[in-house]
Design a protein around this ligand. Structure first.
Ligand SMILES: N[C@@H](CCC(=O)N[C@@H](CSS)C(=O)NCC(=O)O)C(=O)O
Length: 298
């Protein structure tokens, strides 16, 4: 029983809204059920939300290996509808992602992008063709077509949880970072889905699609590094096996963004990366949600 109490307190203080279905597998199913019950009670009793039910985030990080892209699934599983959203889905892994949504009994309401990707085709259009009630979301500044063209400062609600939109241009003109809500009834620590603006120990390149190293430097410093240091960083890509970082870690150890602006600009100018293999197909397709979104011509 002492061990159970310790585990409950660990999960409820670290991220009291994160789903316990992502906890290590050494726990037996019956113990997990008990932890879930006790954790819900803890979260509920600490909530100052005006709603009768406290919110609980279910979170999954999914990976597409050809483009090394992360897709994120978030849902409010304490809301009766279990509303969910996907951030940066990839066309090749739509079936996998939708089967996770189905297995977990979620109702997908949004398929969102952080920006117009150059290295892969978004899954947004295919998702909409398979689940027509889903709304596609991208920034207005991206110049892309979607059901919802969002602007900085807007909130995207799913159940009693929400994501806040922060403009983080520099990799592309229309890049945004989605940050989980600020408040006692929202997940703690906060989570920032940074797209290609901030990568773990790196950042997005700035040599095409309206990119600007100076703009990216200012975006990261003013819109991401100003978040609490515990904020979890979830990027759109990783090429070295990293999965998550924090604002505090990147402010200390990011080899590019810890430098002064002039040094950073020189690093970015000399990256000498080859163009993404799919850029000529991906960019035009992603401007229309991966083509599938186009209204058929009469
Ligand atoms: N090899 C990949 C493309 C790799 C690449 O350029 N990644 C981009 C993000 S996707 S446009 C990037 O910004 N990388 C920054 C870095 O420092 O690696 C391909 O051919 O598709």
């Amino acid at each position: 029983m002492m061990m159970l109490t310790k585990l409950v307190s660990l999960f409820s203080t670290k991220n009291k809204f994160a789903s316990l279905s992502s906890i290590p597998l050494f726990l037996s199913p019956s113990l997990i059920t008990r932890l879930q019950m006790e954790s819900s009670y803890t979260a509920s009793s600490h909530s100052s939300s005006s709603s009768s039910q406290s919110s609980k985030l279910l979170f999954r990080q999914l990976f597409e290996k050809e483009s090394s892209t992360y897709t994120y699934l978030l849902a409010d599983v304490s809301h009766p509808d279990r509303p969910a959203l996907l951030i940066d889905p990839v066309d090749k892994t739509v079936d996998r992602d939708l089967s996770v949504v189905q297995d977990l009994g979620l109702k997908l309401i949004y398929a969102m992008n952080t920006h117009v990707h150059a290295d892969h085709v978004t899954g947004t259009g295919i998702i909409k063709s398979k689940v027509p009630s889903v709304k596609s979301v991208i920034s207005k500044a991206s110049g892309s077509k979607a059901d919802m063209l969002i602007e900085p400062g807007e909130k995207i609600h799913f159940g009693n949880l929400f994501l806040e939109v922060r403009a983080t241009p520099g990799h592309t003109l229309g890049c945004v970072t989605y940050v989980t809500g600020d408040g006692p009834d929202q997940p703690q620590p906060r989570m920032a889905f940074t797209g290609d603006a901030l990568l773990i120990r790196g950042c997005g390149r700035t040599d095409f699609q309206g990119g600007s190293s100076e703009q990216l430097y200012n975006s990261v410093h003013s819109k991401i590094f100003t978040l609490p240091k515990e904020t979890l960083i979830y990027p759109a890509h990783d090429y070295r096996g990293f999965t998550v970082s924090t604002v505090g870690e990147e402010k200390l150890y990011n080899p590019r963004l810890t430098k002064d602006l002039e040094t950073y600009k020189s690093i970015m100018k000399n990256l000498n990366l080859p163009y993404p293999k799919m850029i000529d197909i991906a960019v035009p397709a992603n401007l229309v949600c991966g083509l599938q979104d186009e209204t058929p011509k009469a």
